[in-house]
Structure formats: C-alpha cells, structure tokens
Write a protein that binds this ligand. Structure first.
Ligand code: KIV
Length: 347
C-alpha cells in the first residue's frame, strides 16, 4: 500500500437480563456516560454482555467454531505445508478473538498466498486478512477498485492451502455489498466455500449494517471496516485521515454502533484520529482493530508487504518497516544474474 494508495462478546454468551432488552439504536448517536467506578465500559460489558451481537451470530459462530476449531489439539486434518507452529493464546476463531478484548492487544496481518499465509500465521497473529489490498500490493493496480471476486477467491484459497492455524478473513471487493443482498450473500458464500475463509470483511457503516445483520443471521461472521474506506477513494477524492471534526467523529461513532448492533465480531478502524479511535474502542463491545489509528485500539493490523518493505511505492507514514525486502531482493536477484553471466553459477 503506497502513501498515495494508503490509505465482546464475553467468553460465554450470556442472555440479556429480562429487564434490559437490547436497545435498537441504528442511525442514532448513542452516548454512554463515562465510567465513574474506574472500570471501563468494556470490562463491565465483558462481564454482563447485555447487548452487542445477536444471539444468532453467537449460536452460529459457536456451531461453526465447534466444528472448525483449529487450536493446537484440534488442527484441520490433511497434510500441512511444513510444521505448524503454535503461539500461546493465539486466537483460532471469532470467539477467541472477542475474548481477547481488554486482555491484550489483538494482532493481525494481511496475506495473499500460501507462503506468506503460513509465515504470518506462524508468527502468531490472531487473524489473517486476505485484503483487497492484494490489488495494490501485488497485482499492480493503483487502487483496490479493480479487484474482483475471482482475485479474492483465488488468493483466499491460496492462503487457506497453507492451513493457517488462526482465523482467516477475506475481503469483499468493490461493489459486492452495493448491488443486492442476494449478490452479497452469494459473494460471501464463495469466499467461504470456494476460498475457505472463516469470515468476511465489508467496508462501510450504517449503510451496510442491515445487510451485515442478515449475513450474520445466516452464520457468516463479519468483520466491519470504518474510517478510511479505500474502496470509496474515487468518491472521497483521495486517501485521508477521518474523524478530524465533530460531525465526522459522531458519524464514525454512529457507524461503529451500527456495526456492533449488526453483529460484527470485530471492526477495523483505518486512518482515524487517534483520540476518536481510542474512544470508539472504549465504547463498543467488539474489538476495534486499528490501522494508522493509534495505540488506543484493541489491536493492530498492517499490510504485511508494507512492514516487510516490499513494494513499488511509498510506505504509509504510520507503518513501521521491520525489514527491507526492497533492498534484499534486488541484491539477491542481481547477484544471480551476474553469477550466471559470469559462469559462476552453476559452478
Ligand atoms: O485490504 C486490506 O488490506 C485492508 C486493510 C488495510 C485493513 O482492508
């Protein structure tokens, strides 16, 4: 991703108390009173779980995860590519992920093929996102808009073939959430059945919340995404930070609540003002996973090629590069070319 392109449930679901029905707040700005007892809303919410995702997602997720749990003792059968590593308390499913909120920062990365998928999982991430950033990072597009379902199914299936021992989420590409619910359901179905994803990610807030609620009710876990939405780059006129003024901060809040109520198991916050992201993380039950949104989020995700220094463009300023493959790879390739030309290889 170049600068130009740069862009809880508690452990056990608990029935809402009879005297506190879940409020329907879609489209309204909810204001919670700041905690007065020194306990964050999260901590209280994690104990009581009076709201948030619908019962159906809890039940459906449980059914699915009971079947698909890939923890160290219950790995998928089949021949793994190399030896699977296991990292302590790494999340393996959406429920594990939800329980991490308030305990330790959740960590996620993108991957687009089997090799990177295996490496990223073995490093100990809680989930892998097969992002539509594959378009800008690997496929040579200037934006994520040209990425389509063929790309997403192919790259998701490649990562799934690495048999990652963590949650695998796949992005719904541009347009798939806009045409009709049937189209969205069919695309989500393809990502899960053909690609092998455990969950899907959808960009948007209030505008997509109704459809997300219906997907969740059918047993499709959904990761929300608010703040900078790279798929809207043409509409917003470029990539920028969100939440800088009061109206935008309130809109983000309304979107985050709408996604919580729709049943998202977590929400990505991209390029958001740090104070806004921090407050949203305090206010919503699902984990808020930041990218370029500061340390106040419940977790962090980065585009893996960015942190590896493997790209053709500039790296966004919020990224820390942990390696410089832009130097390492050309050096190795030049050495190979020289050695063949000079008759040194094969020796
Ligand atoms: O496509 C992607 O990689 C993403 C991340 C930036 C969160 O959406």
């Amino acid at each position: 991703m170049s600068d130009e392109e740069a862009q809880s449930f508690p452990v056990q679901p608990v029935d809402p108390p009879a005297d506190k029905p879940k409020p329907k707040r879609r489209g309204q700005v909810r204001r919670k009173k700041p905690s007065t007892d020194g306990e964050s809303p999260h901590a209280r919410n994690q104990k009581t779980n009076t709201q948030s995702a619908s019962e159906s997602v809890k039940q459906d997720s449980e059914k699915k995860e009971n079947k698909n749990t890939t923890g160290p003792k219950q790995r998928r059968t089949g021949k793994p590519i190399g030896k699977l590593k296991s990292v302590d308390d790494q999340a393996h499913n959406v429920r594990d992920l939800a329980t991490l909120k308030g305990k330790r920062p959740i960590v996620a990365l993108t991957a687009y093929d089997a090799v990177l998928g295996r490496m990223v999982c073995d490093a100990g991430v809680d989930f892998i996102l097969v992002g539509d950033s594959v378009g800008t990072t690997l496929l040579g597009h200037r934006t994520t808009i040209p990425v389509d379902m063929i790309d997403m199914v192919r790259h998701t299936a490649a990562v799934r073939r690495a048999q990652p021992n963590c949650l695998l989420v796949a992005d719904l590409p541009f347009g798939e959430a806009s045409l009709s619910f049937d189209r969205l359901l069919e695309s989500a179905r393809r990502l899960m059945q053909e690609g092998g994803a455990d969950a899907v990610k959808i960009e948007g807030g209030r505008d997509v919340a109704d459809d997300i609620e219906k997907l969740v009710a059918t047993g499709i876990p959904v990761l929300g995404h608010i703040g900078l939405l790279p798929q809207t780059v043409k509409a917003i006129g470029g990539y920028r930070r969100f939440g800088g003024d009061r109206q935008e901060a309130e809109d983000l809040y309304t979107d985050a609540i709408a996604l919580e109520e729709a049943g998202c198991f977590a929400v990505i916050a991209e390029m958001m003002e740090e104070n806004v992201a921090k407050e949203l993380a305090r206010q919503i039950l699902p984990p808020l996973i930041g990218i370029g949104s500061g340390a106040g989020c419940d977790g962090q995700i980065l585009v893996t090629t960015d942190l590896l220094g493997y790209n053709l463009g500039k790296t966004p300023s919020f990224v820390k590069t942990y390696a410089n493959l832009n130097q390492v790879i050309p050096k190795a390739l030049s050495q190979y070319v020289s050695e063949v030309r000079e008759g040194k290889f094969p020796s």
